[in-house]
Design a protein around this ligand. Structure first.
Ligand code: SF4
Ligand code: SF4
Length: 448
Protein backbone atom coordinates (compact mmCIF):
# COMPACT_ATOMS: atom_id res chain seq x y z
CA UNK A 1 0.00 0.00 0.00
CA UNK A 2 1.32 3.41 -0.92
CA UNK A 3 2.69 5.25 2.08
CA UNK A 4 1.26 8.75 1.37
CA UNK A 5 -2.22 7.34 1.56
CA UNK A 6 -1.85 5.28 4.69
CA UNK A 7 -3.68 7.98 6.66
CA UNK A 8 -6.42 8.17 4.03
CA UNK A 9 -7.87 4.83 5.09
CA UNK A 10 -7.71 5.79 8.75
CA UNK A 11 -9.56 9.03 8.02
CA UNK A 12 -12.09 7.20 5.91
CA UNK A 13 -13.03 4.97 8.77
CA UNK A 14 -13.16 7.88 11.22
CA UNK A 15 -15.27 10.40 9.21
CA UNK A 16 -18.32 10.33 6.99
CA UNK A 17 -17.43 10.10 3.34
CA UNK A 18 -19.03 12.60 0.98
CA UNK A 19 -19.55 9.73 -1.45
CA UNK A 20 -22.40 7.30 -1.11
CA UNK A 21 -24.23 4.79 -3.22
CA UNK A 22 -22.81 2.91 -6.20
CA UNK A 23 -20.20 4.19 -8.65
CA UNK A 24 -17.81 6.11 -6.44
CA UNK A 25 -14.08 6.69 -6.90
CA UNK A 26 -12.40 3.76 -5.24
CA UNK A 27 -9.48 3.96 -2.86
CA UNK A 28 -7.55 1.42 -4.92
CA UNK A 29 -7.75 3.70 -7.93
CA UNK A 30 -6.96 7.09 -6.40
CA UNK A 31 -4.32 5.71 -4.04
CA UNK A 32 -2.10 5.07 -7.05
CA UNK A 33 -1.54 8.81 -7.44
CA UNK A 34 1.76 9.82 -5.84
CA UNK A 35 1.15 13.55 -6.53
CA UNK A 36 4.29 13.81 -8.66
CA UNK A 37 2.68 16.33 -11.02
CA UNK A 38 4.08 14.80 -14.19
CA UNK A 39 0.59 14.89 -15.69
CA UNK A 40 0.11 18.63 -15.18
CA UNK A 41 1.60 19.84 -18.41
CA UNK A 42 -0.48 17.36 -20.39
CA UNK A 43 -3.70 18.78 -19.01
CA UNK A 44 -5.39 21.42 -21.18
CA UNK A 45 -7.43 22.88 -18.32
CA UNK A 46 -4.35 23.27 -16.14
CA UNK A 47 -2.51 24.92 -19.03
CA UNK A 48 -5.45 27.26 -19.57
CA UNK A 49 -6.11 28.37 -15.99
CA UNK A 50 -2.89 27.42 -14.23
CA UNK A 51 -4.76 26.34 -11.12
CA UNK A 52 -3.92 23.23 -9.17
CA UNK A 53 -7.64 22.61 -8.58
CA UNK A 54 -8.10 22.32 -12.35
CA UNK A 55 -5.29 19.83 -12.83
CA UNK A 56 -5.55 16.03 -12.69
CA UNK A 57 -3.53 15.94 -9.46
CA UNK A 58 -5.71 18.63 -7.90
CA UNK A 59 -8.93 16.91 -8.92
CA UNK A 60 -7.75 13.59 -7.51
CA UNK A 61 -6.83 15.37 -4.29
CA UNK A 62 -10.33 16.84 -4.10
CA UNK A 63 -11.85 13.38 -4.62
CA UNK A 64 -9.74 12.08 -1.74
CA UNK A 65 -10.84 14.97 0.50
CA UNK A 66 -14.52 14.41 -0.32
CA UNK A 67 -14.11 10.70 0.33
CA UNK A 68 -12.52 11.55 3.69
CA UNK A 69 -15.37 13.90 4.55
CA UNK A 70 -12.99 16.88 4.68
CA UNK A 71 -14.48 18.64 1.64
CA UNK A 72 -18.20 18.89 0.92
CA UNK A 73 -19.54 17.56 -2.35
CA UNK A 74 -20.65 21.09 -3.21
CA UNK A 75 -20.34 23.84 -5.80
CA UNK A 76 -16.54 24.12 -5.76
CA UNK A 77 -15.97 20.39 -6.18
CA UNK A 78 -18.62 20.17 -8.92
CA UNK A 79 -17.12 23.14 -10.80
CA UNK A 80 -13.62 21.67 -10.93
CA UNK A 81 -14.82 18.17 -11.83
CA UNK A 82 -17.15 19.57 -14.50
CA UNK A 83 -14.34 21.56 -16.06
CA UNK A 84 -12.37 18.39 -16.80
CA UNK A 85 -12.67 17.47 -20.46
CA UNK A 86 -12.24 13.75 -19.73
CA UNK A 87 -9.71 13.77 -22.55
CA UNK A 88 -7.44 11.49 -20.50
CA UNK A 89 -4.28 13.10 -21.79
CA UNK A 90 -3.06 12.93 -18.19
CA UNK A 91 -3.24 9.13 -18.20
CA UNK A 92 -0.58 8.76 -20.85
CA UNK A 93 1.82 10.92 -18.83
CA UNK A 94 1.24 9.19 -15.50
CA UNK A 95 4.10 6.95 -14.34
CA UNK A 96 1.90 5.36 -11.67
CA UNK A 97 -0.73 4.10 -14.06
CA UNK A 98 -3.56 6.14 -12.53
CA UNK A 99 -6.76 5.44 -14.46
CA UNK A 100 -7.94 9.01 -14.28
CA UNK A 101 -10.90 8.51 -16.67
CA UNK A 102 -12.34 5.88 -14.34
CA UNK A 103 -11.94 8.22 -11.37
CA UNK A 104 -13.50 11.30 -12.93
CA UNK A 105 -16.45 9.37 -14.32
CA UNK A 106 -17.08 7.85 -10.90
CA UNK A 107 -16.85 11.33 -9.31
CA UNK A 108 -19.39 12.60 -11.83
CA UNK A 109 -21.67 9.67 -11.04
CA UNK A 110 -21.50 10.77 -7.40
CA UNK A 111 -22.37 14.32 -8.39
CA UNK A 112 -25.31 13.02 -10.41
CA UNK A 113 -26.58 11.07 -7.39
CA UNK A 114 -25.83 13.48 -4.55
CA UNK A 115 -25.83 17.03 -5.91
CA UNK A 116 -28.72 19.13 -7.17
CA UNK A 117 -27.83 21.10 -10.26
CA UNK A 118 -29.77 24.20 -11.35
CA UNK A 119 -33.18 23.47 -12.88
CA UNK A 120 -32.25 24.26 -16.50
CA UNK A 121 -29.14 22.09 -16.27
CA UNK A 122 -31.17 19.20 -14.82
CA UNK A 123 -33.77 19.47 -17.57
CA UNK A 124 -31.18 19.71 -20.35
CA UNK A 125 -29.18 16.75 -19.05
CA UNK A 126 -32.32 14.68 -18.58
CA UNK A 127 -33.45 15.43 -22.13
CA UNK A 128 -30.11 14.71 -23.80
CA UNK A 129 -28.89 11.69 -21.85
CA UNK A 130 -32.12 9.95 -20.87
CA UNK A 131 -34.71 10.96 -23.45
CA UNK A 132 -32.75 11.57 -26.68
CA UNK A 133 -29.53 9.59 -27.12
CA UNK A 134 -30.93 6.15 -26.25
CA UNK A 135 -33.65 6.47 -28.95
CA UNK A 136 -32.57 6.38 -32.63
CA UNK A 137 -35.98 7.63 -33.83
CA UNK A 138 -35.71 10.73 -31.67
CA UNK A 139 -32.12 11.36 -32.79
CA UNK A 140 -33.30 11.18 -36.41
CA UNK A 141 -36.17 13.58 -35.69
CA UNK A 142 -33.93 16.15 -33.98
CA UNK A 143 -31.34 15.75 -36.76
CA UNK A 144 -33.98 16.52 -39.39
CA UNK A 145 -34.96 19.68 -37.53
CA UNK A 146 -31.32 20.72 -37.28
CA UNK A 147 -30.76 19.97 -40.95
CA UNK A 148 -33.68 22.24 -41.84
CA UNK A 149 -32.24 24.91 -39.55
CA UNK A 150 -28.80 24.62 -41.17
CA UNK A 151 -29.88 24.43 -44.81
CA UNK A 152 -32.90 26.74 -44.94
CA UNK A 153 -30.93 29.91 -44.24
CA UNK A 154 -32.44 30.14 -40.76
CA UNK A 155 -29.04 29.55 -39.20
CA UNK A 156 -27.51 32.59 -40.90
CA UNK A 157 -30.54 34.68 -39.97
CA UNK A 158 -30.45 33.65 -36.31
CA UNK A 159 -26.71 34.26 -36.14
CA UNK A 160 -27.12 37.71 -37.70
CA UNK A 161 -29.73 38.77 -35.13
CA UNK A 162 -27.27 38.13 -32.27
CA UNK A 163 -29.97 36.44 -30.22
CA UNK A 164 -27.68 33.47 -29.59
CA UNK A 165 -25.18 35.75 -27.85
CA UNK A 166 -27.96 37.16 -25.68
CA UNK A 167 -29.01 33.65 -24.67
CA UNK A 168 -25.41 32.57 -24.13
CA UNK A 169 -25.78 29.85 -26.77
CA UNK A 170 -23.52 31.23 -29.53
CA UNK A 171 -20.54 29.04 -28.62
CA UNK A 172 -22.63 25.90 -28.34
CA UNK A 173 -24.42 26.59 -31.60
CA UNK A 174 -21.11 26.91 -33.42
CA UNK A 175 -20.25 23.39 -32.30
CA UNK A 176 -23.21 21.85 -34.11
CA UNK A 177 -21.89 19.36 -36.66
CA UNK A 178 -23.26 19.63 -40.21
CA UNK A 179 -26.14 17.19 -40.57
CA UNK A 180 -26.00 14.72 -43.49
CA UNK A 181 -28.57 14.58 -46.28
CA UNK A 182 -29.18 10.88 -45.64
CA UNK A 183 -28.70 9.08 -42.37
CA UNK A 184 -26.86 5.84 -41.76
CA UNK A 185 -29.81 4.44 -39.78
CA UNK A 186 -31.17 3.04 -43.05
CA UNK A 187 -28.11 0.76 -43.31
CA UNK A 188 -28.75 -1.01 -40.01
CA UNK A 189 -29.34 -4.70 -40.51
CA UNK A 190 -27.43 -4.90 -43.79
CA UNK A 191 -24.51 -7.09 -44.72
CA UNK A 192 -21.82 -5.99 -47.16
CA UNK A 193 -19.97 -8.86 -48.82
CA UNK A 194 -16.20 -8.83 -49.17
CA UNK A 195 -15.14 -7.64 -52.62
CA UNK A 196 -12.29 -10.17 -52.72
CA UNK A 197 -11.80 -13.59 -51.07
CA UNK A 198 -13.18 -13.32 -47.56
CA UNK A 199 -10.61 -13.04 -44.82
CA UNK A 200 -12.81 -11.95 -41.93
CA UNK A 201 -16.39 -11.32 -40.88
CA UNK A 202 -16.81 -8.20 -38.81
CA UNK A 203 -19.60 -6.12 -37.28
CA UNK A 204 -19.65 -2.34 -37.59
CA UNK A 205 -20.61 -0.25 -34.60
CA UNK A 206 -22.43 2.78 -36.01
CA UNK A 207 -22.94 4.97 -32.92
CA UNK A 208 -25.58 7.68 -32.56
CA UNK A 209 -24.53 11.18 -33.68
CA UNK A 210 -22.21 9.58 -36.25
CA UNK A 211 -25.23 8.13 -38.02
CA UNK A 212 -26.62 11.58 -38.78
CA UNK A 213 -23.42 13.55 -39.11
CA UNK A 214 -20.62 11.20 -40.21
CA UNK A 215 -22.43 8.68 -42.40
CA UNK A 216 -19.84 9.24 -45.17
CA UNK A 217 -17.17 8.04 -42.74
CA UNK A 218 -19.15 4.85 -42.11
CA UNK A 219 -19.51 4.34 -45.87
CA UNK A 220 -15.78 4.81 -46.35
CA UNK A 221 -15.02 2.40 -43.50
CA UNK A 222 -17.23 -0.24 -45.10
CA UNK A 223 -15.55 0.29 -48.48
CA UNK A 224 -12.08 -0.08 -47.01
CA UNK A 225 -13.04 -3.18 -45.04
CA UNK A 226 -14.80 -4.92 -47.92
CA UNK A 227 -11.92 -4.04 -50.27
CA UNK A 228 -9.62 -5.74 -47.79
CA UNK A 229 -11.58 -8.97 -47.79
CA UNK A 230 -13.96 -8.36 -44.86
CA UNK A 231 -17.63 -9.14 -44.84
CA UNK A 232 -19.19 -6.27 -42.91
CA UNK A 233 -22.39 -6.72 -40.95
CA UNK A 234 -24.16 -3.66 -39.53
CA UNK A 235 -26.32 -5.32 -36.84
CA UNK A 236 -29.83 -4.01 -36.37
CA UNK A 237 -30.91 -3.09 -32.87
CA UNK A 238 -27.62 -1.48 -31.87
CA UNK A 239 -27.84 1.76 -29.91
CA UNK A 240 -25.63 4.64 -28.81
CA UNK A 241 -22.55 3.28 -27.02
CA UNK A 242 -23.36 5.30 -23.89
CA UNK A 243 -20.03 7.14 -23.85
CA UNK A 244 -21.62 10.58 -23.54
CA UNK A 245 -23.81 9.42 -20.67
CA UNK A 246 -20.91 7.64 -18.91
CA UNK A 247 -18.64 10.69 -19.28
CA UNK A 248 -21.36 12.87 -17.75
CA UNK A 249 -21.89 10.52 -14.80
CA UNK A 250 -25.30 9.27 -15.99
CA UNK A 251 -24.28 5.69 -15.40
CA UNK A 252 -27.74 4.14 -15.31
CA UNK A 253 -28.35 5.17 -18.93
CA UNK A 254 -24.86 4.08 -19.98
CA UNK A 255 -25.44 0.72 -18.33
CA UNK A 256 -28.74 0.06 -20.02
CA UNK A 257 -27.29 1.02 -23.43
CA UNK A 258 -24.32 -1.26 -22.83
CA UNK A 259 -26.67 -4.09 -21.89
CA UNK A 260 -28.52 -3.80 -25.23
CA UNK A 261 -25.34 -3.48 -27.30
CA UNK A 262 -23.73 -6.49 -25.64
CA UNK A 263 -26.76 -8.60 -26.56
CA UNK A 264 -26.78 -7.34 -30.14
CA UNK A 265 -23.07 -7.79 -30.88
CA UNK A 266 -22.59 -11.08 -29.05
CA UNK A 267 -25.60 -12.65 -30.75
CA UNK A 268 -23.43 -13.71 -33.70
CA UNK A 269 -19.85 -14.84 -33.86
CA UNK A 270 -17.85 -12.02 -35.44
CA UNK A 271 -14.09 -11.94 -35.85
CA UNK A 272 -14.15 -8.36 -34.59
CA UNK A 273 -16.48 -5.51 -33.78
CA UNK A 274 -15.25 -2.40 -35.57
CA UNK A 275 -15.59 1.22 -34.56
CA UNK A 276 -14.22 4.29 -36.32
CA UNK A 277 -14.81 6.71 -33.43
CA UNK A 278 -12.18 6.89 -30.70
CA UNK A 279 -14.64 8.25 -28.11
CA UNK A 280 -17.07 5.37 -28.66
CA UNK A 281 -14.21 2.88 -28.87
CA UNK A 282 -12.74 3.74 -25.49
CA UNK A 283 -16.10 3.29 -23.77
CA UNK A 284 -16.94 0.14 -25.70
CA UNK A 285 -13.63 -1.37 -24.64
CA UNK A 286 -14.41 -0.45 -21.04
CA UNK A 287 -17.97 -1.74 -20.79
CA UNK A 288 -16.79 -4.09 -18.07
CA UNK A 289 -16.26 -1.07 -15.78
CA UNK A 290 -19.99 -0.38 -15.85
CA UNK A 291 -20.91 -3.71 -14.28
CA UNK A 292 -20.02 -5.32 -10.99
CA UNK A 293 -17.53 -8.17 -11.18
CA UNK A 294 -19.07 -11.61 -11.15
CA UNK A 295 -22.27 -10.52 -12.91
CA UNK A 296 -23.38 -11.94 -16.26
CA UNK A 297 -23.09 -8.53 -17.93
CA UNK A 298 -19.53 -8.13 -16.66
CA UNK A 299 -18.57 -11.48 -18.22
CA UNK A 300 -20.24 -10.47 -21.50
CA UNK A 301 -18.46 -7.11 -21.46
CA UNK A 302 -15.18 -8.92 -20.96
CA UNK A 303 -15.84 -11.16 -23.99
CA UNK A 304 -16.96 -8.14 -26.01
CA UNK A 305 -13.83 -6.19 -25.10
CA UNK A 306 -11.66 -8.87 -26.72
CA UNK A 307 -13.46 -8.32 -30.04
CA UNK A 308 -13.57 -4.53 -30.06
CA UNK A 309 -11.15 -2.96 -32.54
CA UNK A 310 -10.66 0.44 -34.06
CA UNK A 311 -10.90 0.16 -37.87
CA UNK A 312 -7.24 1.10 -38.34
CA UNK A 313 -6.11 -1.19 -35.52
CA UNK A 314 -7.99 -4.09 -37.10
CA UNK A 315 -6.63 -3.44 -40.60
CA UNK A 316 -3.11 -3.21 -39.24
CA UNK A 317 -3.55 -6.63 -37.62
CA UNK A 318 -5.20 -8.12 -40.70
CA UNK A 319 -2.76 -6.64 -43.20
CA UNK A 320 -3.80 -4.50 -46.16
CA UNK A 321 -4.51 -6.17 -49.46
CA UNK A 322 -4.99 -5.09 -53.07
CA UNK A 323 -5.75 -1.38 -53.29
CA UNK A 324 -4.38 -0.79 -49.82
CA UNK A 325 -0.97 -2.12 -50.77
CA UNK A 326 -1.04 -0.02 -53.95
CA UNK A 327 -1.90 3.05 -51.89
CA UNK A 328 1.04 2.42 -49.59
CA UNK A 329 3.38 1.96 -52.58
CA UNK A 330 2.25 5.29 -54.07
CA UNK A 331 2.75 6.99 -50.71
CA UNK A 332 6.27 5.57 -50.40
CA UNK A 333 7.07 6.62 -53.96
CA UNK A 334 5.91 10.16 -53.28
CA UNK A 335 7.83 10.24 -50.04
CA UNK A 336 11.01 9.10 -51.76
CA UNK A 337 10.71 11.80 -54.41
CA UNK A 338 9.92 14.45 -51.83
CA UNK A 339 13.11 13.55 -50.02
CA UNK A 340 15.21 13.36 -53.14
CA UNK A 341 16.75 15.56 -55.77
CA UNK A 342 13.54 15.84 -57.73
CA UNK A 343 11.88 17.52 -54.77
CA UNK A 344 14.81 19.92 -54.38
CA UNK A 345 14.59 20.76 -58.07
CA UNK A 346 10.92 21.60 -57.77
CA UNK A 347 11.42 23.54 -54.58
CA UNK A 348 10.02 20.91 -52.28
CA UNK A 349 13.03 20.72 -50.00
CA UNK A 350 11.80 23.33 -47.57
CA UNK A 351 8.60 21.50 -46.95
CA UNK A 352 10.37 18.18 -46.80
CA UNK A 353 12.63 19.48 -44.08
CA UNK A 354 9.91 21.23 -42.18
CA UNK A 355 7.62 18.26 -42.18
CA UNK A 356 9.89 15.27 -42.03
CA UNK A 357 12.78 16.53 -39.95
CA UNK A 358 12.85 18.71 -36.92
CA UNK A 359 15.33 21.60 -37.23
CA UNK A 360 18.72 20.39 -36.07
CA UNK A 361 20.22 22.75 -33.55
CA UNK A 362 23.89 22.27 -32.87
CA UNK A 363 26.02 24.02 -30.33
CA UNK A 364 27.16 27.36 -31.70
CA UNK A 365 24.82 27.24 -34.69
CA UNK A 366 21.42 28.68 -35.25
CA UNK A 367 20.25 25.49 -36.85
CA UNK A 368 18.80 27.43 -39.78
CA UNK A 369 20.40 26.56 -43.08
CA UNK A 370 19.80 28.61 -46.22
CA UNK A 371 17.21 26.11 -47.37
CA UNK A 372 15.47 26.18 -44.01
CA UNK A 373 15.16 29.96 -43.85
CA UNK A 374 11.71 31.42 -44.24
CA UNK A 375 10.77 34.44 -46.32
CA UNK A 376 11.13 35.75 -49.81
CA UNK A 377 14.93 36.04 -49.56
CA UNK A 378 15.22 32.28 -49.74
CA UNK A 379 16.13 31.21 -53.31
CA UNK A 380 14.18 27.99 -52.98
CA UNK A 381 11.08 29.93 -52.00
CA UNK A 382 11.44 32.12 -55.06
CA UNK A 383 11.98 29.11 -57.34
CA UNK A 384 8.97 27.35 -55.94
CA UNK A 385 6.89 30.48 -56.16
CA UNK A 386 7.80 30.85 -59.82
CA UNK A 387 6.94 27.22 -60.46
CA UNK A 388 3.57 27.62 -58.80
CA UNK A 389 2.62 30.69 -60.77
CA UNK A 390 3.69 29.29 -64.13
CA UNK A 391 0.58 28.05 -65.85
CA UNK A 392 1.81 27.55 -69.41
CA UNK A 393 4.97 26.91 -71.39
CA UNK A 394 7.32 23.96 -71.55
CA UNK A 395 7.57 23.59 -67.81
CA UNK A 396 3.89 24.05 -66.95
CA UNK A 397 3.62 20.46 -65.74
CA UNK A 398 6.30 21.31 -63.22
CA UNK A 399 3.77 23.25 -61.19
CA UNK A 400 1.41 20.32 -60.87
CA UNK A 401 4.15 17.83 -60.12
CA UNK A 402 5.55 20.25 -57.56
CA UNK A 403 2.16 20.48 -55.91
CA UNK A 404 1.84 16.70 -55.86
CA UNK A 405 5.30 16.23 -54.41
CA UNK A 406 4.74 18.78 -51.68
CA UNK A 407 1.28 17.40 -50.90
CA UNK A 408 0.10 20.99 -50.89
CA UNK A 409 -2.69 20.46 -53.34
CA UNK A 410 -5.96 18.59 -53.46
CA UNK A 411 -4.44 16.75 -56.42
CA UNK A 412 -2.87 14.25 -54.02
CA UNK A 413 -6.03 13.18 -52.24
CA UNK A 414 -7.80 13.09 -55.59
CA UNK A 415 -5.05 10.96 -57.11
CA UNK A 416 -4.88 8.63 -54.16
CA UNK A 417 -8.62 8.37 -53.87
CA UNK A 418 -8.75 7.26 -57.48
CA UNK A 419 -6.67 4.24 -56.57
CA UNK A 420 -7.99 3.91 -53.08
CA UNK A 421 -11.29 2.52 -51.87
CA UNK A 422 -11.44 5.49 -49.44
CA UNK A 423 -13.59 7.74 -51.62
CA UNK A 424 -15.24 10.19 -49.32
CA UNK A 425 -18.63 11.77 -49.90
CA UNK A 426 -19.63 9.29 -52.55
CA UNK A 427 -23.27 8.33 -52.93
CA UNK A 428 -24.14 5.24 -51.00
CA UNK A 429 -26.06 3.66 -53.85
CA UNK A 430 -23.18 1.74 -55.56
CA UNK A 431 -22.50 -0.32 -52.45
CA UNK A 432 -24.17 -3.69 -52.58
CA UNK A 433 -25.96 -4.92 -49.52
CA UNK A 434 -27.02 -8.52 -49.27
CA UNK A 435 -29.40 -10.07 -46.79
CA UNK A 436 -31.21 -7.66 -44.56
CA UNK A 437 -31.73 -8.02 -40.84
CA UNK A 438 -29.92 -10.79 -38.99
CA UNK A 439 -32.21 -13.59 -37.93
CA UNK A 440 -34.30 -12.77 -34.92
CA UNK A 441 -33.97 -9.00 -35.18
CA UNK A 442 -36.52 -6.47 -36.30
CA UNK A 443 -35.34 -3.64 -38.51
CA UNK A 444 -36.67 -0.52 -36.87
CA UNK A 445 -34.50 1.92 -38.73
CA UNK A 446 -35.52 5.53 -38.71
CA UNK A 447 -34.69 6.39 -42.29
CA UNK A 448 -33.73 9.91 -43.09
S1 SF4 B 1 1.23 11.85 -13.03
FE1 SF4 B 1 -0.07 10.29 -12.07
S2 SF4 B 1 0.83 9.99 -10.05
FE2 SF4 B 1 1.66 11.93 -10.81
S3 SF4 B 1 0.23 13.52 -10.04
FE3 SF4 B 1 -0.50 12.94 -12.08
S4 SF4 B 1 -2.03 11.33 -11.71
FE4 SF4 B 1 -0.80 11.52 -9.83
S1 SF4 C 1 -8.83 14.24 -18.51
FE1 SF4 C 1 -9.22 16.15 -17.39
S2 SF4 C 1 -7.55 16.24 -15.90
FE2 SF4 C 1 -6.90 14.76 -17.47
S3 SF4 C 1 -5.77 15.95 -19.00
FE3 SF4 C 1 -7.90 15.92 -19.70
S4 SF4 C 1 -8.80 17.81 -18.85
FE4 SF4 C 1 -6.91 17.42 -17.71
Amino acid sequence: MTEPHANTQISNSASVSGFSGPDKPSYDDYARCVHCGLCLNNCPTYKLWGQEADSPRGRIRQMILVDQGRLPLGDAFVTHIDRCLDCRACETACPSGVEYGKLVEAARAQIEQNYQRPLFSRLARDFVFRRLLPYPNRIALVARLLRTYQRSGLQSLVRATGILHLLGLAGRERLLPPIDRTFFFSQLGRTYPASRPRRARVALFAGCIAQVSFSALHDATIRVLTANGCEVVVPAGQLCCGALAAHAGVRDTARSLAHVNLDVFLREDFDAVITNAAGCGSTLKEYDQLFAEGTEDHAKAHAFRKKMRDATEFLAELGLSGHGRLLLRIRRLLQRHRNGNLARYFGGENETRARNQRPRHRHGQSGMSVTNARGSANPFHRARSRARHRTSGPRAGEKYLSCILSQASPVVPALLSYFSPMRYRQPRAPMRAECTAPAGTSQRSPAA
